[in-house]
Every structure is written in C-alpha cells, then in structure tokens.
Ligand binder design. Sequence first.
Ligand code: AMP
Ligand code: ZN
Ligand code: FE
Ligand code: FE
Length: 295
Amino acid sequence: MRIDLHTHSTASDGTLTPAELVRAAAAAGLDVVALTDHDTTAGWAPATAALPEGLTLVPGAELSCRWYGGVDRGFDPPIPLHLLAYLFDPADPALSGELTRMREARERRAERIVEMLQADGIDVSWAEVYTYANGASVGRPHIAQALIRRRLVANSDEAFAPQWLGRRYRLPKEDIDVFTALRLVRGAGGVVVFAHPRATRRGRVVPDELIVEMAEAGLTGLEVDHEDHSPEQRAAVRRLAAELDLVVTGSSDFHGSHKTVQLGANTTAAEEYERLIASAVSATRPVLATKDRPG
Ligand code: AMP
Ligand code: ZN
Ligand code: FE
Ligand code: FE
C-alpha cells in the first residue's frame, strides 16, 4: 500500500486541478491519496468525480493555525503551525464558517502584499494575482507567479527569498487558534494530524509541551516523514509520537510545479493509516472508486 496523506491542488496553491491530481496520484502508483488544500474543501467534489478506479481519496484540508496561548510563556509573537484535518463534515456550520473567514482574510492579506509591492514601484496587480488564484484559497505562491511572470525572480524558491515574499513582502495571516481548530475539527467528526511539526527551515517551531497539550485536546497524529524534516527531526517527532501514542504519518505535501517534490515522495504505513481513519466519526469516509460506483 502506498499512502500519501498531504497534497495541494488548484483549489489552493497547487498547480494540478483536483481531477488532474487524482489521476497523477494513480499514475504515481498510490493506493490512497488525501487532498488537503489550504483552508478549503472546494476540491473534494471534483476530485471525487474524477477518481480513477482503485484509488482511495481521503478528503481533508490543511488549516493555517497559530499558538496564541504561547505568548504568556515567552513564545511571542505567536508561532504559526499547520494542522491537517481529515474526514470531517464539510457542512458543519462552525468549521465551514471559520474556513470561509480564513479564506476571506487570505484575500485581504494578499491584496495588501500586492499594495506593498506596488508602493515600492513593482509592477504587479491584484487583478493578475486574483486571476492566478482563480477562485482558490489565495496565497503567496499566487503572488510568486506574478513576480515570475514579470521576470523579477526566476522561480518560486527565489520568490520566497527574504527580499521578496519570505520576509520583506510577507504579512501574517489571520490564523485560527490551534486549540479552536482542534475543537472545531473534532466537533465536525474529523481527525487532526500536526503537519511538519519540526520544520525549522520554515521558521520557528512549537515546543514539545504544546504537542503534549494538543494530544490531550484531541490531536490524533504527527507528520514525521516530510521533506522539510531532517533525519534528526524525523527521529525526534517519531519518538514523541511513540511517547504520546499518536499516529505517525508521512506525505509529500505535493504542490504540482510550485515545488519540486513528487507525489509519494514520503508515505504513511498502512496500519498507521487504519488507526487514523478509525478515529473519525463523521459521515465523511474515504472514497474508493470502483467500476460500479454510483453516479
Ligand atoms: P501562504 O499560505 O500564503 O503563507 O504561503 C505559504 C505557502 O507557500 C506554503 O504552503 C508553500 O506551499 C509555499 N511555499 C513556502 N515556501 C516556499 C518556497 N521556498 N518555494 C515554493 N513555495 C513555497
Ligand atoms: Zn501550499
Ligand atoms: Fe503546511
Ligand atoms: Fe501543505
């Protein structure tokens, strides 16, 4: 079984449509793929409709969170973190309302970043960035495309350098509090995995004490095998997962051509996957395409 539990489509900042993504997942030899676009479930329906025979789709989302409670303990400003939420009820009013709020905040933030670029005489427009996002959950990768198009940078990596979107033209997102997110996803019947918890190359990471508290608040798993984790970081997260009896996952965090990583670059063991999905209680289940699938 080859299981990849973290991918992005054009519903957020990936470059393959949800339909293309599931076809690419089958072509890459995956048996199970999770679709985890940033702060949206918009890709679920088109991915399900295009699901190739024999491939299982796990509907999910990657939530942009922040640990606001750490400020009192000296973690100031609050540390951002990503939660992978799976198999929740997409119509749950509290959770879907929060996702809508987050996407709207992403739009306002991207628009302000464009204004910052324009104020420095850089010729990019919000209309262009909005077109690249094409109704998706908008993010810095869409702004990066405008910079590449203007030949101001050669590729996404350069666009994320400190003098561009990595620092100078970076604004914080209005992220959801990590414990609110856990409560909302569990309340909507889903399960939660902490994405790339030790990826220091992305910035500050949270201390183990927070992961202990998250486990008490309903966290089900930790993403261990991720390209942004060094071997030492993977070992540390694996040890913590064993201590806290959390599920261990591995995944590609595939973004199409916005990143170099390929589908299935890291995978999740079958028994860990089974444990994970067994913790979900909503009516949303992994979808398996078969010949006689209705509809
Ligand atoms: P945002 O959600 O707007 O803060 O943008 C963050 C997203 O940008 C991440 O989810 C990654 O997909 C992408 N990203 C971050 N760093 C890089 C990089 N160095 N090269 C390409 N994409 C990146
Ligand atoms: Zn992304
Ligand atoms: Fe992430
Ligand atoms: Fe991701």
